[in-house]
Design a protein around this ligand. Structure first.
Ligand SMILES: O=C(O)CC1=CCC(=O)O1
Length: 264
């Protein structure tokens, strides 16, 4: 099965690797992307973990469902998916809004979370003004109108070379997300402030960020790590906002080292 109805939304997911008695590692994707962004990390980890990936609502092959929706709704859907798969105590790795969903999941259902890997994310991302400006432009002109600006934040200049076919592919991923899902997800990020949630996180947590991330820059991710008791902080060189695409080998090594350090 690759689709499940959760919280009245058809959610697209996959379980990869295993066998099922391996520790579970969950990946949560960012705004404007679907779960294929994790592919180059998943292939490196699939022998050692049962990996759960899914498209949060409004993205990829998942439905948008009723709008508006909140960070809480997005966490309810992740919890529903993990309950469906009878997963408990997972390592949860979320990128950007995915990291916000991971924090909200811990607040709501700590039984589901053994540790958090918060990747290029924060307790609060952007301001109401910046999100409202983006929403207005996308409503008026579509995702295409903001794509080049967003991609400059996502990727380093080296990755954005015109001859890089991966860059062309991920540009397609961004502009082909469902418009209503993209807009509703921007609003969910705008309205979420997880400062208090982060202060109450009590599982081992790694905050990791690309050195050239222009969406959630290193200083912001560092400030989030300082809210979380004993959180670790790592910077990945030569990466923008999406290290799982630009530096999958390094990100995989960072994830492995972190998980080993908390299990040994
Ligand atoms: O699109 C961006 O600016 C980056 C981003 C912010 C929240 C998210 O998930 O991605």
């Amino acid at each position: 099965m690759q689709f499940a109805r959760i919280n009245d939304v058809a959610i697209h997911y996959q379980v990869i690797g295993g066998p099922a008695d391996k520790p579970v590692l969950v990946f949560v994707n960012s705004l404007g992307t679907d779960f294929r962004i994790w592919r180059d990390v998943i292939v490196r980890l699939a022998g050692d973990f049962a990996i759960v990936v899914y498209d949060k609502r409004g993205h990829g092959l998942s439905e948008v469902g009723q709008t508006p929706y909140s960070m809480e709704d997005l966490a309810v859907e992740l919890a529903g998916l993990l309950d469906l798969l009878t997963v408990k105590n997972a390592y949860v790795c979320g990128l950007s809004i995915g990291g916000m969903i991971a924090q909200a999941l811990f607040e709501r259902r700590p039984d589901l979370v053994k540790a958090l890997i918060l990747c290029d994310t924060a307790h609060k991302i952007g301001t109401a003004e910046t999100w409202n400006a983006r929403i207005e432009k996308v409503e008026a002109e579509g995702i295409e109108a903001i794509a080049d600006g967003v991609l400059e934040k996502w990727f380093t200049a080296a990755f954005r070379r015109p001859e890089n076919t991966s860059f062309a592919g991920y540009r397609n991923m961004l502009v082909r997300q469902p418009l209503t899902g993209y807009l509703a997800t921007c609003a969910a990020v705008r309205d979420a402030d997880l400062t208090e949630v982060a202060r109450h996180i009590s599982v081992p947590t790694l905050c990791v960020v690309g050195d050239q991330d222009r969406s959630t820059p290193p200083e912001l991710v560092l400030s989030t790590s300082r809210l979380i008791a004993d959180a670790r902080y790592e910077v990945i060189t030569d990466a923008g906002h999406i290290p799982c695409i630009e530096q999958p080998e390094t990100l995989t090594a960072v994830i492995r080292t972190f998980i080993r350090s908390i299990t040994n």
